[in-house]
Write a new protein. Structure first.
Length: 67
């Protein structure tokens, strides 16, 4: 069984703020906040892979949950 992490949990585990992660991703902080609230439907595959790499999580671990 693979451990599932919300984006916020993965970010906190990586020791990053929303602003820092947004900067690393090259996106706005507003977009990062939207993704953390569970609205990841507009994320592109390349962005998702980059996000997982930055957060050091497997792509099968990261989930987007509506809050």
């Amino acid at each position: 069984m693979t451990l599932k992490l919300t984006l916020k949990a993965a970010r906190v585990n990586a020791g990053l703020t929303q602003k820092e992660l947004a900067a690393l991703m090259g996106i706005s902080e507003t977009t990062m906040i939207k993704w953390e609230k569970g609205d990841g439907k507009d994320i592109k595959l390349g962005e998702f892979e980059k996000l997982c790499k930055i957060l050091n999580v497997d792509t099968n671990q990261l989930i987007f949950l509506k809050q």
